[in-house]
Design a protein around this ligand. Sequence first.
Ligand SMILES: C[S@@+](CC[C@H](N)C(=O)[O-])C[C@H]1O[C@@H](n2cnc3c(N)ncnc32)[C@H](O)[C@@H]1O
Length: 457
Amino acid sequence: MNEQQARALIDYYFANQPASWITYVGLVVSGVALVISFGAVVAIDRQTKSSKSATDAQTRSLVEQHIRVEWTGILDACMQHPEFIDTDFTFGFSPRSPVLNRVYQAFCYKCWSLVELIVAEKLHLNNPYRSMVYWAAAYHRDWLQANPYMFSSPQFWEVHDMVRNTPLTLFREMFIPEKDSKPAKPNSDRYTDAVDWDKVNMEYSRYILGPFAPEMTEPDPKNGGKIRNLLITKLQSRGADLRGLRVVDFGCGPGNLMPHLRGLIDEVHGVDISETALELAAQSAKESGIKLIKHRENMITFRDSDRFDIIISVNSVLPAKREDVRRIFTAIRDNLRPTGKFYAVLPAFDACFALYEYWRSSYEAFSNDKDYVDRCAEAFRIATKLDEKTMSYADDGVHPQSFHTEESIREDFGAVGLRIVGTPQKVKYPWEYARRLDYGYFPNKPEIWDWFVEAER
Ligand SMILES: C[S@@+](CC[C@H](N)C(=O)[O-])C[C@H]1O[C@@H](n2cnc3c(N)ncnc32)[C@H](O)[C@@H]1O
């Protein structure tokens, strides 16, 4: 931080006049603290330059000591304001409380100034300083993106971009909302209730990586100019042939499928346990010129005596308990007419495992120390509850869900009497999209995917 930047900061505070005297006092205190902090940095800087007799080691130790003090201050602030480590608050922080917002602004400035110092001292490649930089990027990047003018050093931005694009930032911080904040327990019935699907569905694209994002539904030059979502390609290829058929979407969510059925069918059934999902799906259907017939039911027990010509299910067969996978597929078979077709996009467990290996290789690129690499890879496995036995994975680190592999799909479909048409195919997610939801960014590795499957009775 140079003097000009410190002045810019102080100007910034005075341009944003506080509303109450408490805020005013708060800002003056933080302004003074920042000036003192600026003074400390300058003092260190001067000492570094002027004290020719001091050894490099002594100078480094002084800087490191200053960083530790600053870092402790940042952690203290987080303990005082737990919102500062809650991404619901820090991502696109909303002005729920103007006072708190201003405190957060000052906090972020302090935090990124520390990063700037770490970078200027070329410490950002060494732990623990490296972790501090990643921590700042994981929690507080939105503020920085909104306030880029405070940091002008090209090295600072180079490091920021590098960190933003690399996986260490990314034990996902965006938890899926839970009902009544009940802790989710793997392999327990309570789990399905623990996910607050109503809340998830209200902000679907914020929480879930899925094949209806624009990246997946528009022709993509990186995918040979083709649409990535193979379900849409399939439905479009059937075209007019769909008209008049009885169609249902199992786990319809907020109706992301509806716009893609526009002009192809007039009426669709939606099954979902979430009332909010069904309301949103009905709205989406209406906007797409389609009538939605709502069924607020559990897919496992849902039976319709008329049955369906087409059952669609996109990323909805992901129960907490493995044995429920076959119970859902059984319900799908029972609801399918003899000539009917089942089109599914199923969350891929092998993609989660690939992700684990990508992370491992990124740690290997960073360190030759096998113990360190093992520890980091294991931390990823634990943080995502990656379990090969039950093929479950918690992409938010809290809610384990049963996923699928090509082999498990063949076994489960065979066991319930569903015959796979052709072979399961990968619906691949571009890295730029996967990165947005904190899955990592490994542009030199194969893209992660879900499985598209077509089946009949
Ligand atoms: C990940 S979302 C997928 C939504 C939609 N198919 C899409 O791809 O955009 C999963 C949906 O399945 C619903 N769901 C999960 N388990 C269910 C169950 N056992 N019965 C009915 N709906 C369920 C949830 O409420 C949620 O809306």
